[in-house]
Design a binder for this molecule. Structure first.
Ligand code: 4AD
Length: 436
């Protein structure tokens, strides 16, 4: 019988007691192996869990014994045997093998315990099999799933913007240039400007796509390529925008905490931390935030942006993220609408995660009137011809609108309390790393 025609049990089913007393076949990879006399123990891993398999020399054929004793950590294999409940075995179940067959023996696995961070990044294509990274990747999948679910419930349409663009969205200094058939083009910093196109047809939309920042920052919060969730909504003012962000963060934290006890446990986390993330979150204006930061030991001047130290002063010991609104318009992007009641300040918000995990979201009400936008483009010395199509949107049926951008890896880092953002994405792109 060919492998593909056999039916295999998942290890999680065995650990739930679904196959106790029966004979099963499993397939997976060797997590650990040790032989003692005529008995070999192989801990096998599949995508759902690990289980110990006991192979007795006199209970299997010669080929099975050879395979069971000559394999490496991470060799791939199939095992057939009887499922027994066994309190001494990790997970409480064991397979008494009647057959073992290597699929690919391979070579000695290069990753053992206690390797350096750089080595583990060099062998990321292999390290992604580790239990920690597997749990993080599953958690990331679930977090993105809950975000999509949230926007489906809120009647949003998902749209697809281009990645190669002609102009920046967030300032020229962090653009990656691409040689586009002899002319310069850029990897997108944000899909926002394109998301704005769709609001006159679909009203509420979101984009989930990579964004690129040629940021020379070597920090635990910055990637040069990250996944960016960018909703954009017609007829939303900045307050409705903030309310939506708050609902979204609450939804994803509550759902994740309630439905993923296994992943939280695998990552050494407690659900209570995320269950505390409920609306309302604190909201304060930029000027108030600056005052608070300086009272707590910061040394910033009004008009400056927040760095890592300021973010830490602001959020240390908090249980929920904090909104800061109304930043000075000079330190914010050209498309943000100025507060008509508070000139000089933008109708914008940044959402900061607790304990210095960093800025999760940047959002704003957009300039929707033609003259105001043309004026701002001039004020910020941007090339008008690069933004003609974007300006055009203000000529035909423009409406007030708002939107925001959420960094997926920042959210994952905070929700899972990871030390470094590099572990929130399979293949991190950092200032000194584009391999593997
Ligand atoms: O605040 P930013 O730069 O805002 C924008 O790009 C807007 N155009 C978004 C919008 O309104 N549609 O970025 C938004 C978020 C940040 O709050 C952060 O979570 C994430 O993107 N981010 C990064 N994540 C990882 N590495 C980086 N270098 C990041 N830069 C921004």
């Amino acid at each position: 019988m060919k492998t593909s025609e056999k039916s295999f049990a998942f290890i999680s089913e065995i650990l739930q007691g679904k196959h106790t007393g029966n004979s099963v076949r499993i397939r997976g990879w060797v997590h650990r192996q040790r032989t003692s006399g005529g008995l070999a123990f192989i801990v096998v891993r599949d995508s759902t869990g690990t289980i110990q398999c006991a192979v007795k020399k006199d209970a299997v054929d010669e080929g099975s014994w050879k395979d069971a004793t000559e394999l490496f950590v991470e060799s791939s294999l199939e095992i057939e045997g009887a499922v027994k409940e066994d309190k001494r075995a990790p997970g409480g179940y064991e397979i008494a093998a009647t057959q073992a067959k290597i699929i690919c023996k391979g070579e000695a696995f290069p990753i053992a315990k206690d390797q350096s961070v750089e080595f583990l990044l060099d062998t990321r294509h292999l390290w992604l099999r580790s239990q920690k990274l597997s749990a993080i990747m599953k958690a990331r999948h679930r977090i993105i799933h809950y975000l999509r679910e949230f926007f489906e419930k809120e009647s949003f349409w998902e749209v697809a913007p281009p990645i190669i663009t002609k102009a920046g969205c967030e300032g020229g200094s962090t653009l990656f240039t691409v040689d586009y058939f002899g002319k310069p083009a850029y990897l997108t910093q944000s899909s926002q400007l394109y998301a704005e196109v769709f609001i006159t047809a679909l009203e509420k939309v979101f984009v989930l796509a990579p964004s690129f920042r040629a940021e020379p920052s070597r920090t635990v919060k910055h990637l040069t390529e990250y996944w960016h969730l960018e909703p954009e909504m017609a007829y939303f003012d900045y307050k409705m925008n903030i309310d939506l962000q708050e609902r979204m963060i609450e939804y994803v934290c509550q759902k994740f905490a309630k439905e993923n006890a296994d992943l939280l446990e695998a990552l050494g986390q407690k659900a209570e931390r995320l269950l505390k993330v409920k609306a309302p979150f604190k909201r304060m204006k930029y000027e108030e935030a600056v005052k608070l930061i300086n009272e707590r030991g910061g040394k910033m001047k009004s008009g400056e942006d927040f760095g890592a130290d300021e973010e830490m002063f602001l959020t240390k010991g908090e249980e929920k993220p904090i909104f800061v609104t109304h930043f000075p318009k000079e330190i914010k992007a050209f498309y943000m609408r100025e507060d008509p009641h508070n000139p000089g300040f933008a109708l914008c918000d940044d959402l900061y995660a607790p304990d210095g995990h960093g800025e999760l979201i940047g959002g704003s009400e957009r300039i929707w009137e033609l003259d105001e936008l043309l004026g701002r483009i001039k004020e910020q010395n941007l090339k008008e011809e690069d933004y003609q199509w974007y300006v055009d949107l203000r000529r035909y049926g423009s409406v007030p609108h708002s939107g925001f951008g959420l960094g997926i890896e920042r959210l994952v880092k905070w929700m899972l309390d990871l030390e470094h953002i590099r572990d929130a994405i399979p293949f991190p792109r950092l200032i000194n790393r584009v391999y593997p």
